[in-house]
Design a protein around this ligand. Structure first.
Ligand code: FEO
Length: 170
């Protein structure tokens, strides 16, 4: 039996992950318009991953016989006025999502909801990877992005990213 506060936070997270997908689609759209298809691909796949995250929370709640309530997804609200702004907004967003996962984990811990803690373990690890990836992108952009040839190569590298389903299966 999931505690009511934990239930509410898990339900809210469906919306937060779908918002993340929406935000990354906006990033992808920004880079597509800028002619950087590799960056657009990277964020398109990122959006797919976020949708997967939402579905994991959705399925977990259903498996636990907890009602799912779907709310409106907010409009992406980041101002995207340069390549680096987008990359930094991505890192900032992932740090925020990590704080949300930590809040759910803390509520589950307090409620002695060990099953939810076990479910969230995957997300704790995933957020570490998400922050590392966002940080790495910023570092690469700082190193190579100001040079046209470097930007071209970086764009090529990001074009090679392929979607893979999450390792967590419910
Ligand atoms: Fe679902 Fe990027 O965190």
């Amino acid at each position: 039996m999931v505690n009511e506060k934990v239930h509410q936070l898990l339900n809210d997270q469906i919306n937060k992950e779908l918002y993340s997908a929406y935000l990354y689609l906006d990033f992808s759209n920004y880079f597509k318009a800028a002619g950087l298809d590799g960056f657009a691909n990277w964020y398109y796949i990122q959006a797919q991953e976020e949708r997967d995250h939402a579905m994991l929370f959705y399925t977990y709640l259903q498996n636990e016989n907890m009602p799912v309530t779907l709310e409106a997804i907010a409009k992406p609200d980041k101002v995207l006025d340069s390549h680096m702004t987008v990359l930094k907004a991505g890192l900032e967003h992932e740090i925020y999502v990590t704080s949300l996962i930590n809040d759910i984990y803390a509520a589950a811990y307090y409620a002695r909801d060990f099953r939810t803690m076990q479910f969230l373990d995957w997300f704790v690890k995933e957020q570490g990877e998400e922050e590392t990836n966002a940080n790495d992108l910023i570092t690469k952009m700082e190193l190579f992005g100001s040079d046209a040839k470097g930007l071209y190569m970086l764009n090529q590298e990001l074009a090679a990213r392929v979607y893979s389903a999450p390792s967590l299966v419910l």
